[in-house]
Design a protein around this ligand. Structure first.
Ligand SMILES: Nc1ncnc2c1ncn2[C@@H]1O[C@H](COP(=O)(O)OP(=O)(O)OP(=O)(O)O)[C@@H](O)[C@H]1O
Length: 256
């Protein structure tokens, strides 16, 4: 089976500082890959290099496109890449305010993404937006409200609806439950898990929370100092970590 995404020797430094280095992995269709590590271990740098928010210094990011087979996204033209990130890919930010337009209605936030991929029929767009609000458990009566009036958890659910409405195959998530109350996190995780499984999404999920990884990820990569120090099936890595740093990471959570 061809991987959906193949990353080879990806590296990015900031002046003399390593952001991430020598990162290689494959991601298959329908698979969730968790990336964990302490603050400064390179998780965000890696995620942003993969999505295209940052330009890596070296490496390859080969993506299996629907129309043109395998393509290195790092050598694509800017318009091609933009199109890919609107149609096949989506990004869920930790802070929903980074992924939403706060002055546009909830329905508008979702509908806008459909228009960006060519939808034009107003009735159809509004219906799809309403359907997606329901799917992320937002009362459809709030469709014309601005997200600024929503709670943090609702804003995050709206951002997820906006990201998924266009039917992406690969979703990048940066601490999607970070900054939310524990009870709100639990509900969001449940929702995310259901959507990911039902839609058969491939996900690259950055988090420092091992409970999030345990619940969502099929496989996990542990990063330290910009490098992947251990990778494997989630249960294996969390139940029987091999690298001393992974052991420390797992045991520090258990002690809390
Ligand atoms: N804009 C930048 N300029 C210089 N160094 C940076 C920059 N962004 C990140 N770094 C450095 O790159 C390394 C990796 O940082 P990165 O933010 O990717 O880690 P992280 O694991 O995502 O951390 P956090 O969980 O705190 O977001 C760190 O040493 C960090 O100081």
């Amino acid at each position: 089976m061809t991987p959906l995404l193949s990353v080879r020797n990806l590296g990015k430094s900031y002046g003399g500082n390593i952001g991430c280095t020598d990162v290689s992995f494959d991601l298959f269709e329908g698979e969730v890959m968790g990336i964990v590590g302490e603050s400064g271990s390179g998780k965000s740098t890696l995620l942003n290099c993969l999505f295209g928010h940052l330009a890596p210094d070296e490496g390859e990011v080969i993506y299996s496109t629907r129309a043109e087979g395998l393509r290195d996204t790092l050598t694509m033209s800017e318009p091609e890449r933009r199109m890919l990130s609107r149609t096949d890919w989506a990004f869920v930010h930790q802070n929903p305010r980074d992924g939403l337009r706060l002055r546009v209605s909830a329905g508008g936030n979702v509908g806008e993404r459909l228009m960006a991929v060519g939808a034009r029929h107003y009735g159809g767009i509004r219906e799809a937006a309403s359907d997606w609000l329901e799917r992320v458990e937002i009362d459809t009566h709030r469709i014309d409200d601005r997200p600024a009036a929503f709670s943090g958890g609702m804003q995050q659910r709206l951002q997820i609806a906006r990201s998924l409405v266009s039917g992406p195959r690969l979703v990048f998530m940066d601490e999607p439950t970070g900054g939310l109350d524990v009870s709100v996190q639990a509900r969001l995780l449940d929702l995310l898990r259901g959507l990911v499984r039902r839609m058969g999404l491939s996900v690259i999920l950055v988090t420092h929370d091992l409970a999030v990884v345990r619940l969502l990820a099929d496989r996990v990569m542990v990063m330290k100092g910009g490098r992947v120090v251990e990778a494997g099936l989630t249960d294996q890595v969390l139940d029987d970590p091999q690298h001393p740093y992974s052991q420390l990471l797992v045991s520090s959570v258990l002690q809390v």
